[in-house]
Ligand binder design. Structure first.
Ligand code: FAD
Ligand code: DHB
Length: 388
């Protein structure tokens, strides 16, 4: 088999890239090791930056997103038993975020891709990637295949095969693992607040989010090695109520929990994001702690750079975009790493019993809420910087 771009992984990065390339008349094949049902049901991120929404609409897969996505113009920072609104749109010239589940994004992208006759193979096995020859070998429906490409896009997430296929010594990894994780739930209950609530409390961080007028999404900071079995639903609701409690008696609606899981918190970047003819994009190259709500948006930004570089290469024979791919992406990656680390450090209980630390966090939170300059800095990073 032969194609121009071999895409490994049908997450947001791989699928957005596939759509962008098709629009530019560039041939590609997408290989995914999981089943279609699995990738369409995997519950993950939910906050889309304006730029991500614009990309999806532009690609012709934004119809349901525009119908069902919840547009938010502000968010709440809650600490010391009181809430403070950050008016995101007012501070950023009208930009907003949209709440829409990642699995719906993936579902829309897959449906659009297959409807237009795109090549996407689910449940491939034993994928081998050769960065020098731009060759991918894989098993599908019991047969072994070889896919020869001009370049390979490694969009196979943090645990994929593309990054490890790069020889030792080529990449430098930068990593920070935080001493906590998030326990996340989806619950069949109307959101208790119209906007997201990022809550700092003595017992640790909590986040109130949502997926629809009927479905809430909530997160609790827990120990990194926490066992989900130790968290029956009643314990989760009790802990959420304690952390979110305000002096004026805010109430948290509860309801049946339909999904729950624990996500580790880490910062991770490899440099460069390319080796020979293999280009890494999204979680395959970097992970951000979820507090900034950036993982999915960063994946979409990476493949925007890659698609533009490939268009330039095939249309004009100009390799400049490909040569500077890693450098261009890493500027945004590190900006977003900093923002995500900053939000994480400001809102979580970091070290347990150091009384100095929560005082510093309160001072920072108060400053962000009182100073228009500081609030604008949070807001412009949160809705997504247009130029980095
Ligand atoms: P992925 O979405 O991981 O897609 C990679 C794809 O490659 C997957 O479909 C995978 O099955 C496939 N694949 C893997 N190995 C192979 C292989 N060998 N061959 C072929 N295919 C392969 N971000 C937030 O902003 N907020 C959140 O609340 C949040 N929660 C998260 C919870 C979890 C459990 C995880 C893992 C991530 C979460 N993220 C969150 C991060 C966000 O979901 C990711 O940043 C985003 O999915 C990145 O997209 P991607 O396409 O780069 O990678
Ligand atoms: C959601 C996830 C995040 O990581 C975040 O910072 C805000 C919202 C969510 O799943 O809705």
């Amino acid at each position: 088999m032969r194609t121009q771009v071999g895409i490994v992984g049908a997450g947001p990065a791989g699928l957005v890239l596939a759509h962008r390339l098709r629009r530019a008349g560039i041939d590609c094949v997408v290989l995914e090791d999981r089943a279609r049902e699995y990738v369409e049901q995997r519950v993950r991120a939910g906050v889309l930056e304006q730029g991500t929404v614009d990309t999806l609409i532009d690609l012709g897969v934004g119809e349901r997103l525009q119908r069902e996505g919840l547009v938010h113009h502000g968010l709440e920072l809650r600490f010391g038993g009181a809430g403070h609104r950050i008016p995101l749109s007012e501070l950023t010239g009208g930009r907003a975020i949209t709440l829409y589940g990642q699995q719906k994004v993936v579902e829309d992208l897959i449906a659009g891709w297959l409807a237009a006759g795109g090549d996407l193979r689910f449940e491939v096995d034993d994928v081998r990637v050769d960065p020098e020859r731009a060759r991918v070998e894989f098993t599908h429906d019991g047969a072994r295949h070889t896919l020869d490409c001009d370049i390979i896009a490694g969009c196979d997430g943090f645990h994929g095969v593309c990054r490890p296929s790069i020889p030792n010594g080529v990449l430098r990894a930068y990593e920070r693992v935080y001493p906590f994780a998030w326990l996340g739930i989806l619950a069949e209950v109307a959101p208790s607040s119209e906007e997201l609530v990022y809550c700092h409390s003595e017992r640790g961080f909590a986040l109130h989010s949502m997926r629809s007028p009927e479905i809430s999404r909530l997160y609790l900071q827990v120990a990194p090695d926490e066992d989900i079995e130790r968290w029956p639903d009643e314990r989760i609701w009790k802990e959420l109520r304690t952390r979110f409690a305000t002096r004026d008696g805010w109430t948290l609606n509860d309801g049946p929990v339909i999904e729950k899981g624990i996500t580790p918190m880490r910062s991770f970047v490899v440099e460069p994001m390319q080796h020979e003819r293999l280009y890494l994009a999204g979680d395959a190259a970097h992970i951000v702690p979820a507090t900034g709500a950036k993982g999915l948006n960063l994946a979409v930004a990476d493949v925007g750079v890659l698609a533009a570089a490939l268009e330039r290469q095939y249309r004009d024979g100009d390799a400049t975009g490909l040569e500077t791919y890693s450098q261009t992406c890493l500027r945004r990656v590190w900006r977003v790493q900093h923002f995500s680390w900053w939000m994480t450090s400001m809102l979580h209980r970091l070290s347990g019993d150091d009384p100095f630390e929560p005082r510093l966090q309160h001072a920072q939170l108060e400053y962000v809420c009182r100073s228009r300059a500081a609030a604008t800095s949070l807001a412009e990073n949160y809705v997504g910087l247009e130029h980095v």
